[in-house]
Ligand binder design. Structure first.
Ligand code: UDP
Length: 244
């Protein structure tokens, strides 16, 4: 049974990495399409003003809390989130599972060459995974139907989509009825980590909940985008109730 809290009207799953992984396996067992999202603080803030994104996050099958801000907000308002569960960690567990159960994946997204590098690294680490294909994430609208055809030709168990948020969530949502895959998941920058083009924050930063700070140092051009984080915290501290 899925357990969620509501944060600004959005369902966020009360999960640990382990229980998120269990939920993934349950979703994979179903015969219908499932959609996993990895909302962080930025996405929750964007969704407050973006009705379509709100509807998407309400309709998905699991929203893991991929932002320390969400966990802190939940602590302040005693909503019940347990810990931050990152998309990159869950993707790692999913890949490991696909390796021993010989499931298939397809990767859509990343700069030209990046998806290929990610695929090569994944294949090297998990030799039994069937990587059915990949495509970079810089395509025009008129190329979409060809890309979907290519995905459906191989009908992978899992489609990882890395087009940046919220484009990837919207892309999956719009094409969910056309995609012949069991699970689609938006994974954003995880693809760069698998490709080795971006380094993950060292463990100490992760344990201290400072991965955002590491990212800011490494990618200072994100500064403007990241200003949304203190804005979120101010709103959380000022509000009596953040569930609606
Ligand atoms: N990306 C893409 N197509 C786009 C925009 C982004 O394939 O039109 C890729 C980008 O190359 C990167 C990934 O999406 O590999 C995540 O992008 P970003 O860091 O902006 O997203 P976030 O991790 O913040 O969701």
């Amino acid at each position: 049974m899925r357990k969620t809290i509501k944060m600004y009207g959005l369902p966020i799953d009360i999960v640990t990495l382990e229980s998120a992984f269990e939920r993934f396996k349950q979703l994979l067992d179903r015969s219908v399409f499932s959609f996993i999202c990895t909302p962080n603080t930025e996405i929750v803030m964007v969704a407050r003003k973006d009705e379509e994104l709100r509807e998407i996050l309400k309709s998905s099958d699991m929203n893991i809390p991929d932002g320390i801000g969400l966990v802190i907000a939940s602590k302040i308002h005693k909503l019940g989130l347990i810990e931050r569960v990152t998309g990159v960690d869950l993707m790692g567990k999913m890949l490991e599972f696909c390796d021993y159960s010989r499931k298939s994946i397809y990767i859509l997204g990343g700069k030209p060459g990046v998806a290929e590098m990610a695929v090569n690294n994944i294949k090297e680490k998990y030799s039994n995974i069937q990587v059915e294909g990949y495509n970079n994430g810089y395509f025009d609208k008129n190329e979409e139907s060809k890309i979907i055809q290519n995905i459906n030709k191989v009908s992978p168990d899992i489609l990882f989509v890395a087009l940046g948020a919220p484009r990837q969530e919207k892309w999956i949502y719009h094409h969910r009825k056309d995609l012949n895959v069991k699970i689609a998941m938006g994974v954003g920058g995880s693809i760069d980590i698998w490709a080795g083009t971006v380094k993950r924050a060292p463990k100490l930063f992760r344990v201290l909940g400072l991965e955002w700070f590491y990212r800011l140092i490494r990618e200072p051009w994100r500064f403007k985008r990241m200003l949304i984080l203190p804005k979120f915290m101010i709103q959380v501290l000022r509000s009596k109730n953040i569930t609606n």
